[in-house]
Write a protein that binds this ligand. Sequence first.
Ligand code: HMG
Ligand code: MG
Length: 303
Amino acid sequence: MNLPTRVKLVDVGPRDGLQNEKAPVPAAVKIELVHRLQDAGLTEIEVTSFVSPKWVPQMADAPEVMAGIKRKPGVRYSVLTPNMKGFEACLSSRPDEIVVFAAASEAFSQRNINCSIAESIERFRPVVEAARASGIYVRGAMSCTVGCPYEGEVAPQQVGRLAALMKGIGVQHIGVADTIGVGTPVKVQRAIEATLEHYDLNDISGHFHDTYGQALANTLAALEVGVWQYDTSSAGLGGCPFAKGATGNVATEDVVYLLHGMEIDTGIDLDKLIDAGQYISDFLGRKPNSRAATALLNKRATA
Ligand code: HMG
Ligand code: MG
């Protein structure tokens, strides 16, 4: 075991979480969530997506959300950009990082971004080039690295092939995503190992949805192979409109509780994080989807 002593969490709740809500969430609420997350100590926040509003109407307010954020020094703000149109649209928002997102399965690539894997790489190529030329860091996301809602099991070789393609066009950091939360620890480790053939350990993160309740176990499995960067979502928000049945990302609160319990530093104040999760959950009219948040809120209520 090669456990890291410090872990960096990227809260993707404002993007992955709120892209999947049926009822509209006003830009002001998204902005307030970002503010609360940065006040809780998050130093990386995935804020929004510059995607087609016909495909994902929930993210149509991306420019407004980015413009409304009071930036905190030391915090980095990222946005998803699937093509040059999205990249050009995001520029005036001055993101620190953009995310190009591909899939390890052909069927999901078609459903999510309406093109094949090979076509997606050709679309990303000029985006990556333009972003890097403007000094914007480029992260890549690889969806369906263990399972696909349309094709079933995904082999590690498919993950390795995609990682090589992303590396080949200059994507600097790569996320290994279990989009539909079907992964279990050994399968997730295999997807990471396939990625490690092309990316340095320091340039890999985990992104685990919790559909089958495995995301925390998968996080621990990834920690054991040394991965120290994770996308997580406050209050366990999340899902993808093109991955039916998939639930949210692993809750940031649960991962912080796990890490702090293992004496792994995150720089995050769990109490303030719980308040942020409760803020957005209250707005959405439901309880936070985090066991740690629920337990600690119950404890507060009886204190
Ligand atoms: P398309 O229909 O093939 O695109 O969609 P197109 O280039 O043919 O353009 C069609 C129309 O969309 C045109 O408008 C374009 O201008 C417009 P029209 O002329 O019809 O009025 N358009 C855009 N508008 C705004 N911003 C843009 C943009 N691009 C085109 N960037 C496209 C292709 C990629 C655009 C579409 O499929 C799309 O937007 N998909 C987004 C899907 C998405 O956001 N999925 C969720 C995020 S990924 C995720 O959640 C997974 C992740 O969490 C990891 C994991 O868990 O796996 C990251
Ligand atoms: Mg996701």
